[in-house]
Design a binder for this molecule. Structure first.
Ligand code: AQP
Length: 330
């Protein structure tokens, strides 16, 4: 039986944190044997936030190393670097010309990230990047896109663009589905638990990186902001801090929230935080051990092999699209 296709990626704009692991990478790992998986480093997307070239280059390699250290297996997952496959941008332009200013300006991430900036100086890539993301997905006839909560709207836009194109030019694209985890789709900042844990966050106290020093990681959990009630109960609205820690614990132990409430009903916040910190440290220790064993050549070989496979598939899709649009001499 032909496996369904999965695709997802992470942009190399900084250090990966436990939010990326829980909301994205862990899910790719759980799904990789049941899907034909494509996981990439979204380096083109990082240009939307103007990071420096040296950082993009270093982070790109680091992300692939972390993908592998976390458990992505090149036998099951095709790994590649987005910009090396030129067909993504070729499809993106065709889709841009089928997208509307109105729908792109309604994207929450665009509104959030451009907030406070003057129109004249907002990077057009920030406005347009959901279309590139649609191209990333549609170019592979992707069935499912496992993403964190914040990316759901972009996958919905991808569906709209696919349907619009199919209606105008005949069936061309598969219409993909977002797969959002029931828990862990939005890990919150440990110091401001009403805000998503983010790699570009200036205050690093609320973020635990996957390559974080283990003792520092433990301290960050122990000093996570909670509330004064001291009851371990899941209530995102009124108790966002403890609810976030419960989510992290639930995802790392594969326990249900109800079970955690029951197990810790007589515990203090301090005791519970210690248990959460233990799980986080076990995870980081394991990832870091594997990360330190990875050799540079190994990463290059994997990316080279991945690139050959994805180029072949995506070239055919772009030719099909261009032909339907009357472009070239096909
Ligand atoms: N805190 C999070 N909880 C759950 N999932 C998360 N993801 C990111 N942060 C969390 C998911 O990871 C995937 C890749 O994200 P990305 O780095 O490409 O983009 P992002 O969502 O913009 O991540 P950051 O950390 O917030 O980066 P910056 O600060 O550079 O914008 C996505 O599936 C995302 O949902």
């Amino acid at each position: 039986m032909k496996l369904k296709r999965l695709l997802s990626g992470i942009k190399p704009t900084g250090e990966l944190h436990i939010g990326h692991y829980i909301g994205a990478i862990k899910r790719f790992i759980e799904m990789q044997k049941d899907y034909e998986s494509f996981v990439f480093v979204a380096d083109l997307h990082s240009l939307t936030v103007n990071p420096n070239p040296k950082e993009i280059r270093e982070n790109t390699r680091k992300i692939v190393e972390l993908y592998i250290a976390c458990g992505l297996d090149p036998k099951h997952t095709i790994l590649f670097n987005q910009s090396e496959n030129i067909y993504h941008t070729a499809l993106s332009w065709a889709l841009t010309c089928h997208s509307y200013m109105g729908e792109l300006s309604r994207m929450t991430q665009y509104k959030d990230k451009s907030d406070g900036q003057k129109n004249e100086s907002i990077n057009c890539g920030l406005f347009n990047y959901p279309v590139l993301m649609a191209a990333d997905i549609l170019i592979y006839d992707t069935d499912v896109v496992p993403v964190g909560d914040d990316q759901k709207q972009h996958v919905e836009l991808t569906r709209t663009l696919a349907e619009r194109f199919n209606n105008r030019y005949g069936k061309t694209f598969k219409v993909p589905k977002p797969v959002i985890a029931k828990k862990g789709a939005r890990i919150m900042d440990l110091q401001t638990p009403t805000k998503k844990m983010s790699k570009s966050d200036e205050n690093k106290k609320g973020v635990i990186n996957l390559l974080e020093d283990l003792e520092v990681a433990r301290k960050k959990i122990m000093s996570a902001v909670t509330d004064s009630e001291s009851i371990i109960k899941y209530d995102e609205k009124n108790k966002p801090g403890i609810s976030n820690l419960m989510t992290i614990y639930a995802c790392l132990t594969n326990k249900e929230i109800k079970e955690i409430e029951e197990d810790f009903k007589d515990s203090s916040y301090k005791d519970f935080k210690e248990k959460v910190a233990d799980e986080v440290v076990i995870l980081l220790k394991d990832i870091q051990k594997k990360y330190n064993e990875i050799k540079t050549d190994y990463i290059d070989n994997i990316l080279n092999e991945g690139l050959i496979k994805v180029k072949e598939i995506s070239k055919n899709k772009v030719l099909e699209v261009y032909k339907k649009l009357g472009l070239g001499r096909y």
